[in-house]
Design a protein around this ligand. Structure first.
Ligand code: NDP
Length: 323
């Protein structure tokens, strides 16, 4: 039977941003509810080794980290619920959100931490070799390719930044782009073209990621020339797909302002959206850093912003009742 849940703080999304908001919100007595969504734990649950989350001297596993974060959030008083938010009314407080289950969430404040997904090329061979040489995050996985040959696929800011970043580890980086010009900012292009360890392959798209061995690991890519159709092969140890991300914001269209790429817009230096009492944290509003630790930091900021908002709202309503 459909139920109505009331909370001072509803958090949508259970990645590092959502769970950090929950830990801070719970400890501030806001009795948060986290609605977990389609991928409980977020992008880290599809990552294997994590070496850049502070606090762990040894490599840890992404899914384990998220289990620990969830347990910590629950331990301090967060209620975890599984649902998909499919309807919302942000026109007045408490905000009213509806889940696919039919349940209604009435929330004094809302923290949106629904994250983003890397875009993939969609090839079967890409999926088969994910985590075995194929990655969508150079900052996360580049370190594992020290001294090895790597390629980056894409022509935007992310692809160029990832190629430049990878030169910290790899002496041989190839950027593969499907056209003959990049869409990345000029300054980044200049740095890319000037770098002695980076080669650019123009007019090429991936036909197949090629692996070998047991267990199978990536050994190269078959490339198709987008002008001539010719197929060629490039040997590589690592391939970074950098063709953009998609923030999970469809349900907020028409309710909250977004930029041209669909990221929620927040006030500079805070997590406030255009609707008072609604906050956004993590990859859903961040197209630049996109790290677990930055998402966690923004989750903390969102909880502090929400707490301050509620304290001010409570004070204002008491003052008007007394008047
Ligand atoms: P973009 O959408 O800007 O670029 C995606 C790139 O991938 C394009 O070059 C595109 O090619 C290519 N691509 C898309 N689909 C395919 C495909 N199926 N096969 C091969 N190539 C493909 O994404 P980014 O992640 O680079 O950037 C997203 C936004 O974030 C942008 O607004 C960017 O400016 C911003 N950003 C800003 C940063 C900063 O300020 N430091 C850092 C990173 C991102 P084509 O060019 O042919 O369309």
């Amino acid at each position: 039977m459909a139920t109505t849940h009331h909370t001072r703080m509803l958090i949508i999304g259970s990645g590092p941003a959502g769970l950090s908001a929950a830990i801070y919100g719970a400890r501030a007595g806001m009795q948060p509810i986290v609605v977990q969504g389609l991928q409980p734990g977020g992008q880290l649950t599809i990552t294997t080794d994590v070496e850049n989350y502070p606090g762990f001297r040894d490599v840890i596993q992404g899914p384990w980290l998220m289990e620990e974060m969830q347990a910590q959030a629950e331990h301090v008083g967060t209620r975890m619920m599984w649902d998909i938010i499919s309807g919302l009314d942000l026109s007045s407080r408490p905000f009213r959100l509806t889940g696919d289950s039919g349940d209604v969430f009435e929330a004094e404040t809302l923290v949106i931490a629904t994250g983003a997904q890397a875009r993939w090329l969609g090839l079967d061979s890409e999926q088969a070799l994910q985590g075995k040489g194929v990655s969508a995050c150079a900052t996360c996985d580049g370190f594992f390719y020290r001294g090895k040959k790597v390629v980056v696929i894409g022509g935007g800011n992310t692809a160029v930044e990832e190629a430049l970043y990878l030169t910290n580890h790899s002496p041989d980086v190839t950027l593969i782009h499907r056209r003959d010009s990049l869409r990345a900012e000029r300054i980044l292009q200049e740095r890319l073209f000037a770098h002695p360890n980076i080669t650019v392959l123009w007019n090429k798209e991936v036909d197949r990621f090629v692996g070998s061995g047991t267990p199978e690991v990536l050994t190269g890519l078959d490339l198709r020339d987008t002008v001539t159709g010719d197929i060629s092969h490039i040997a590589t140890d690592g391939a970074f797909v950098a063709i953009g991300h998609k923030p999970a914001t469809e349900v907020f269209v028409g309710h909250l302002p977004m930029d041209d790429d669909g990221y929620l817009i927040v006030e500079k230096g805070s997590t406030k959206t255009a609707v008072p009492g609604v906050f956004a944290a993590g990859d859903v509003t961040d197209k630049i850093y996109r790290q677990a630790v930055t998402a966690a930091g923004m989750g903390c900021m969102a909880a502090l912003d929400a707490e301050k908002f509620l304290a001010e709202a409570d004070f204002a309503s008491k003052a008007s009742a007394a008047a």
